[in-house]
Design a protein around this ligand. Structure first.
Ligand code: G16
Length: 544
């Protein structure tokens, strides 16, 4: 490390006085104008991490579902996972160090994490389409360069594409080629193989309308179109040429508001989906003949995939353990269906893909999805090699064919992280193979009416949670208050937690009823309790 160069370059990316940020659910996230120093320093951290683990690390400049004015940064570990939690603390220390402390903090991290400063370092960089992202990714590159790291700038990519590249690079190409072309080829080949076996369907069944949230998904799907087989009829909406990123559209908007995005022309019973701003989440939906909107969220996606995989695993007759991982946001009906009808074990963990991913790694086949549409499937190394072996060598036709379908699924699924493009192709293949319409998929179970709200408080850290975020430990009295409110309704559940990506407290409530009145009333009452007991800001929450 050249201390003079560090000082000189760091001065070009000064930290605003008094600003303190936290590595949150998925990295740092706030208004773009406050992030220049964080980006430079995450370039530094990526070099240290790369030297510590002797592998390529990824840095993605994106704020995903947040408004266009925000930005953020996600760090990617060697196999495409989120940054290891033990390094999140280093990230926070580095981001908040005052200028004169920077070198000292770097030295401390190197000591604690046994970083050999003389080793080579390699970092992959990517960015989303936000107006601020290009400049901020340059700041990341400055940070990498000043510590003598090598970098490859992929420019505009989806977050999952960068995760994929990092994994390909660190597995010496075993997972695939670390290029966009490699990604498109791998996914489209697996998808084509799968749908070759489908009964031919009409044009309306093959058509899919995609709301791209005015983000990177539109660009990358357009690039990928030539790789798709002719059976795929996708139509892109909200491609970013007219409107703002995530504004009244995208997966987060659709999930939270439970209404269609602006800018998509939906006919009754047409299958539609929405990506989020960096294309790592997806939700499906349709409008019925009476004009009623039906949301098919991450829970129903997990259910569809689990049904399909369980059938195939049954056919190959191998003792492979499958489980589903959810968070507290999972609709009660989905958990009941998975456990009681499908007989698949379900585990609940804290919000954040890093927690779900980690839990899912404990099983041969781990399906994980957040209700907001962020998820994927992980196959253990042992399960994968067994399946590939059966697909090649099994004498029994039925078993071999089932193993082949599983093998194509393994290739189609982006196992590094939730990926809207890959998940969409998985879902489209399953619907086609099973001959299911979107309505039949939706009818697998009925969601309990539910509502998500946000409450503004002076300091959201006053809320601490336990039991996978299902109980509020502080402030005193809040959980007792929530218990009393929940007790008023049938099949009701509610919880609150500080967001790790926005400056708000999130409220979730569900309750049984014909309409949504009870869930809405409970959500409002819970919001008021948060407002009153956790230092609410501005006007009190209004009834829905
Ligand atoms: C990120 C995380 C998700 C999480 C979401 C909301 O998604 O990757 O796991 O569910 O934030 O988190 P919170 O409720 O803490 O704000 P994304 O797609 O925005 O990167």
């Amino acid at each position: 490390m050249d201390p003079e160069a560090l000082k000189k370059y760091s001065a070009l990316h000064p930290k605003p006085a008094g600003l303190s940020l936290q590595y949150g659910t998925a990295g740092f996230r706030t208004r773009a104008e406050q992030l220049d120093h964080v980006m430079f320093r995450m370039g530094l951290l990526a070099v240290l991490r790369s030297r510590a683990v002797g592998a390529t690390i990824g840095v993605m400049v994106t704020a995903s579902h947040n408004p266009e004015e925000d930005n953020g940064v996600k760090l990617i570990d060697p196999l495409g996972e989120m940054l290891h939690p033990s390094w999140e603390e280093y990230a926070t220390q580095l981001a908040n160090a005052e200028e004169q402390e920077l070198q000292q903090v770097i030295t401390e991290i190197c000591q604690k994490a046994a970083v050999n400063q003389h080793k080579d370092a390699s970092v992959f960089v990517g960015r989303d389409t936000r107006p601020s992202s290009e400049k901020l990714s340059q700041s990341v590159i400055d940070g990498i360069s000043v510590l003598g790291g090598q970098y490859h700038d992929y420019g505009l990519v989806t977050t999952p594409q960068l995760h994929y590249m990092v994994c390909c690079q660190n597995t010496q190409g075993q997972y695939g080629k670390a290029t966009l072309e490699g990604y498109y080829e791998k996914l489209s080949k697996a998808f084509t193989e799968l749908i070759k076996q489908c009964p031919s369907s009409g044009e309306s069944q093959r058509r899919l309308k995609i709301d791209c949230a005015n983000g990177i998904g539109a660009l990358k799907l357009s690039e990928m179109k030539p790789y798709f087989p002719k059976e795929v009829l996708i139509h892109l909406y909200n491609d970013g040429t007219k409107e703002k990123l995530n504004h009244l559209c995208g997966a987060d908007f659709v999930k939270v508001h439970q209404e269609p995005p602006r800018g998509i022309d939906m006919k009754p019973n047409e299958r539609c989906c929405s990506f989020d701003g960096d294309a790592d989440r997806i939700v499906y939906y349709y409008k019925d003949a009476a004009g009623r909107f039906h949301l098919i969220d991450g829970d129903k996606i997990a259910t569809l995939i689990s049904i399909f995989l369980k059938e195939l695993l049954g056919k190959v007759e191998q003792p492979l353990k499958m489980a589903v991982v959810q968070t507290a946001y999972a609709n009660g009906s989905s958990t009941r269906y998975l456990e009681e009808t499908l007989k698949v074990p379900v585990h609940c963990v804290k919000t954040g893909v890093k927690h779900l991913h980690h839990k899912a790694q404990e099983f041969d086949v781990g399906v994980y999805f957040e209700a907001n549409g962020h998820g994927t499937v992980l196959f253990s190394k042992a399960a994968e090699s067994k399946i590939r072996q059966l697909a090649r060598e099994e004498k029994d036709d039925k078993k071999r064919e089932a193993a082949k379908v599983l093998e194509h699924m393994i290739d189609l699924i982006n196992q590094t992280v939730g990926d809207a493009i890959s998940d969409m192709l998985v879902i489209e293949a399953i619907l086609a193979l099973k001959g299911l319409t979107v309505q039949q998929w939706d009818a697998i179970y009925t969601d309990l009416p539910n509502r998500l709200l946000k409450v503004q408080v002076a300091d959201r850290r006053v809320i601490a949670t336990g039991d996978a975020e299902r109980r509020a430990l502080t402030p005193a009295g809040l959980q007792e208050e929530l218990d009393g409110l929940v007790g008023k309704y049938r099949l009701a559940r509610a919880f609150v937690r500080p967001s790790g990506t926005e400056d708000v407290v999130r409220v979730y409530a569900e309750a049984d009823a014909q309409g949504r009145e009870n869930a809405d009333a409970l959500a409002h009452e819970v919001s008021l309790a948060v407002y009153n007991l956790a230092g609410g800001k501005g006007a009190p929450p209004q009834p829905i």
